[in-house]
Design a protein around this ligand. Structure first.
Ligand SMILES: [Zn+2]
Length: 164
């Protein structure tokens, strides 16, 4: 396997999923139950974060996603580029946002942090590794093009790229 600049390496899908458990912002098991995030209202209950309503008297603490947003520390980066992107920008961004809506509904910690212009392309940052991967894969599924994943082991983050 060829190491790339910045210690990033190509990574297979299975390895990516395995590394999810090492995410330092997913320290939910140390929280008392139930814990409610005062920022977004997510509830930690039975070992996972949900959108269930909090019972009265729930412990309060920021969820890992709000923690990342506060620290401005994304878990995932998706770089979008290419001439096709430039010509179908609105349509592609709609797909990106739909993808977040779907993921977030079931997994409160998977959210888009920012969508910004980056050179000729667009950079999407996410609070979860899974969402970054999902966005890139859904774009690839819908429009083909070039898809790549790079994983940084030290920082527990993923960089996905899609271009067409
Ligand atoms: Zn939160």
């Amino acid at each position: 396997m060829k190491a790339e600049r910045g210690g990033f390496q190509m990574l297979r899908r299975e390895q990516l999923l395995q590394e999810l458990v090492h995410d330092t912002y997913k320290s939910g098991h140390k929280l008392p139950e139930p814990t409610r995030c005062p920022k977004c209202g997510a509830l930690f209950h039975k070992g996972r974060w949900t959108w269930d309503a909090a019972p009265p008297g729930a412990h309060e603490q920021s969820c890992p996603a709000c923690h990342r947003i506060h620290d401005d520390f994304p878990a995932g980066y998706v770089a979008l580029g290419g001439a096709f992107l430039a010509g179908h920008r609105d349509e592609i961004l709609r797909l990106v946002k739909n993808c977040e809506e779907k993921e977030k509904a079931e997994h409160p910690l998977e959210r888009i942090m920012a969508i910004r212009n980056a050179g000729d392309g667009i950079e999407v940052t996410t609070t979860g590794i899974h969402l970054a991967r999902e966005i890139a894969e859904r774009l690839h599924h819908a429009y083909q093009g070039e898809l790549a994943f790079h994983y940084n082991e030290e920082d527990h983050l993923v960089r996905a790229s899609w271009s067409r």
